[in-house]
Design a protein. Sequence first.
Length: 231
Amino acid sequence: MSARLLEFTDVVCGYGDTMVLRGLSGGVAPGRVLGVLGRNGVGKTTLMRALTGFLPLRSGRVLLSGSDLARVPPQERLAAGMAYAPQEDVVFGDLSVGENLWLHLRSRDSTRYAACLEAFPRLAERMQQRAGSLSGGERKLLSFTRTIGLGAGLSILDEPTEGVQPENIERMAVLVRARKASGAAFVIVEQNLEFLLAVADDILAIDHGECSLSGVAADLPRETLEQHMVV
Ligand SMILES: Nc1ncnc2c1ncn2[C@@H]1O[C@H](COP(=O)(O)OP(=O)(O)O)[C@@H](O)[C@H]1O
Ligand SMILES: [Mg+2]
């Protein structure tokens, strides 16, 4: 197995005096997807915030390509190779679809988003429209498109298929697999087991702030995964 691109060790973090994560470890190698699952409220989003630096660690370490990210603020992590599509507040509603895509970028290289815009023509047709006028699922697609288009070595996606139509979920899986084939790694939180099994190589399940299951996705029976997702 190749060296991990992302490695997190004994992560403890939470809100105020309440520790949500109580010593969680894991990681992902280049060209692989780590699927993160667990019931509602177990701390999946909290782990994504810890990995991306939006929530400070109480203890533990997060390494990207072997470098400790402790002193790298969230807004500098994209330059370090980490892109993030959060679960909520995914796009700027007052900006157009196009502005949401180009906002962070110095140059408009149209090839960047070509594969996603071909897969999701409704976004391509609505470039001038306010992102706030899109449905929840379409906003998730816009956030996904922006994150995929950034071309980061590691992309962190928190429930990317929430509210998205089934045919577009299938296209999202195709796009993730294409990025994987070119060496990109992902950490993906999902409730949609079909999507997760279509893309994930490794699985990490969380319960009570600790790892309740980890392993290679293909080795884990579907019923076992379902048991760890029950809401
Ligand atoms: N901003 C916050 N302030 C205080 N508690 C929070 C905050 N966000 C989440 N929590 C709490 O942390 C726990 C884990 O939440 P979260 O990581 O969002 O779970 P999941 O993504 O697995 O559904 C829950 O008990 C939730 O109520
Ligand atoms: Mg969540």
